[in-house]
Design a protein around this ligand. Structure first.
Ligand code: PLP
Length: 434
């Protein structure tokens, strides 16, 4: 069976050029980059070349890039390290309700350490509500973390504008750019951020390697303690092969970025127009234009997302119904749970005060009276308000076929042929529900 992979927000396949670049560092070039003999010097040089390539994609200086094991590690370091380092200046951290679990769980951890976390609401396209953002910033605020592009609906936040608002304040600004790096232009100076997290496997690089951009002069204490690797900022012998693969992936992304954005946008538009023409009662989640070019997040009228994903998989089509790290959960993604068409959702949860509203006025991680977990809050929302609205959706994130040197014709085949499977699948689901 021909298999079609449409789940590139979960992970991306490294093209041969990336695997080939890594190959020597998985075998003959095995030296420890901290060793001063020739074996070590060669791997150290490869590591530094990879750092330069990575920095170039982000518009950063090589010395501002620290390699980590993943986007998750970078985010944990930025948030937990950043907050602890500024503990004496204040206790308030600002983020949004639709962040990746790496951010939300780090924030939960910080709440347990005594920090106050504000979870900003978003509008029904996934954009942060600017007035709520401005209201939330106080003298107590020490850290802000807002994802550049959302991993579920693909909405791109106006990071530069948000950063501009706090430009005269001594607040550390982190953005989780795991989904945007390599997919849209990401320039640390244009965004104005102090810290930026990224991950190799989301941009056609290998898994097990990520990085954190740390703006020069913005001190961030080490998160892992041990040796003096990464200029004493992150202990542990470096993943040289992974870094080399990431460097190559960044180089390729930089070369093809502008063309790929246009190309993926066209593919996404074609796919969406075809789906709309053939399947009734579907709607697109996220922002119409401020969205990752290869991300389509679609709600269907009825049914359940997990079974749709399974049925499509039986037909050879890989899509997802939420973040890969939450796969298997039967609830809708928290990102969609927080979607709000009117007044938006806020930083505090109190379902009991809003029993009649179809969309809650104020919800957040704190749960009833403060202290409920996101999972409990989500479940509450699912039961009360949201099952009829967004219980079935799939997320489609295209692979960029150009990375593999395929022709347009082959690409079109890969993306457009599955229509009948989709129609068939949705018919089957409907029949089963009758
Ligand atoms: N942040 C976002 C927005 C993501 O989509 C992901 C992965 O899905 C992560 C962080 C975590 O990255 P990693 O898988 O490298 O730990």
């Amino acid at each position: 069976m021909r298999r079609i992979y449409l789940d590139h927000n979960a992970t991306t396949p490294p093209p041969p050029a990336v695997s080939e670049a890594m190959q020597p560092y998985l075998g003959p070039e095995f030296g420890n980059p901290s060793s001063i003999h020739s074996f070590g010097r060669r791997t150290k040089a490869a590591l530094e070349r990879a750092r330069e390539k990575t920095a170039r994609l982000l518009g950063a200086e090589a010395g501002e890039i620290v390699f980590t094991s993943s986007g998750t590690e970078s985010i944990n370091w930025a948030l937990i390290g950043g907050a602890r380092a500024r503990r004496d200046q204040g206790r308030r951290i600002i983020t949004t309700q639709i962040e990746h679990p790496a951010v939300l769980e780090s924030c939960g951890y910080l709440e347990r350490e005594g920090f106050e976390v504000i979870y900003l609401p978003v509008d029904n396209t996934g954009l942060v509500l600017l007035d709520k953002f401005k209201e939330a910033v106080t003298l107590e605020t020490i850290l802000i973390s807002i994802a550049h592009a959302n991993n579920v609906v693909g909405t791109i936040q106006p990071i530069a504008e948000l950063r501009e608002f706090i430009s005269h304040k001594n607040i550390l600004f982190h953005t989780d750019a795991v989904q945007s790096t390599g997919k849209i232009p990401v320039d640390v100076n244009e965004l104005g951020v102090d810290l930026l997290s990224f991950s190799g496997h989301k941009l056609y690089g290998p898994k097990g390697i990520g990085g954190l951009y740390v703006r020069r002069g913005k001190g961030l204490p080490p998160f892992l303690h041990g040796g003096a690797q990464e200029q004493g900022r992150r202990a542990g012998t470096e993943n040289v092969a992974g870094a080399v693969g990431l460097g190559k992936a960044c180089e390729l992304a930089g070369e093809k970025l502008a063309a790929d954005v246009l190309y993926l946008r066209r593919l996404a538009r074609t796919l969406w127009e075809n789906l709309q023409g053939r399947i009734p009662n579907i709607s697109l989640n996220g922002h119409a234009t401020e969205r990752l070019p290869g991300t389509l997040n679609i709600s269907f009228g009825a049914g359940d997302g997990a079974s749709l994903v399974r049925r499509l998989d039986l037909e050879g089509i890989a899509v997802s119904s939420g973040p890969a790290c939450k796969a298997g959960a039967s609830e809708p993604s928290t990102v969609l749970l927080y979607r709000s068409p009117g007044n938006g959702v806020g930083a505090r949860a109190d379902t009991e005060r809003h029993p009649d509203q179809s969309w809650p006025g104020e919800y957040g991680r704190r749960g009833r009276g403060g202290g409920g977990s996101l999972r409990e809050t989500s479940w509450m929302l699912t039961k009360i308000h949201l099952i009829p609205i967004c219980n079935q959706y799939i997320q489609i994130s295209y692979r960029c076929y150009r990375c593999f040197g395929l022709s347009q014709a082959e690409t079109t085949k890969g993306v457009c042929f599955p229509w009948h499977f989709r129609l068939e699948t949705s018919r089957k689901i409907k029949k089963n529900q009758r």
